[in-house]
Write a protein of this length. Structure first.
Length: 221
């Protein structure tokens, strides 16, 4: 596929004595992706980065600050990638744009599996970065959905938020599965996500989305 931004890959560190922040973040990201945040230690990161714990503390101050820096970098990178994808797809037809967005998310996961896994592990925890990722991307998707339905003469409002959550959730769930399962075929996973997303867009009726907009909130909720 063409027209996609490329975050690029941080160059491998040479044998010089002073690693850069990004090189240390690369090492920390790899460790977190392998063992999870809770089991990540400064010793393990230092070993992966071929440096010392003293260097890590000098750069980041604490383990938690280093973990936070990894998460922020990966979150900003994926969000910026998808925002540019959404901008690039503005002039595309409805179905073509949906396919392009899904394929681009999988392209990112293919290029940056460690960062993708760091963001998506345990993403249903309220404080997890995956929730922040969804919170950043869903409004852009919902905005485009509202415009699409309005152009077809069937305007929707709050229902677009629900549909955006469904569509993004499909892609994230399948992409995450493809990243964490050894030997998984990410291209086949992408095809599955595209098929499922387009099926939802074809099957969901505007009346169903408007029913969500107008349904009263149950007592006690």
């Amino acid at each position: 596929m063409t027209g996609k931004p490329d975050r690029g890959k941080t160059a491998r560190r040479s044998t010089r004595n002073r690693p850069t922040d990004n090189e240390l973040l690369d090492a920390a990201c790899a460790v977190i992706a392998e063992v999870g945040v809770d089991r990540t230690t400064m010793d393990t990161i230092a070993q992966r980065a071929d440096t010392s714990r003293v260097t890590l503390y000098a750069h980041f101050g604490s383990r938690d600050a280093l973990v936070d820096a990894v998460i922020e970098r990966e979150l900003e990178a994926l969000t910026a990638w998808m925002f540019e994808i959404y901008d690039n797809g503005e002039t595309m037809q409805y179905g073509q744009r949906a396919r392009y967005s899904v394929e681009s998310l999988f392209d990112y996961a293919r290029r940056h599996p460690e960062g993708f896994r760091v963001l998506l592990d345990n993403r249903y925890d309220d404080s997890h970065p995956g929730r922040r990722l969804s919170a950043a991307l869903e409004p852009r998707i919902a905005e485009r959905l509202r415009a699409n339905y309005a152009e077809r003469g069937t305007p929707i409002h709050g229902g677009a938020d629900t549909l955006a959550t469904m569509l993004l959730g499909i892609s994230l769930d399948i992409a995450y599965r493809a990243v964490i399962v050894a030997g998984a075929d990410i291209d086949a996973a992408c095809d599955l996500a595209v098929t499922a997303s387009l099926a939802v867009l074809r099957a969901v009726e505007p009346e169903q989305l408007r029913a969500i907009d107008t349904s009263p909130v149950p007592n006690g909720s």
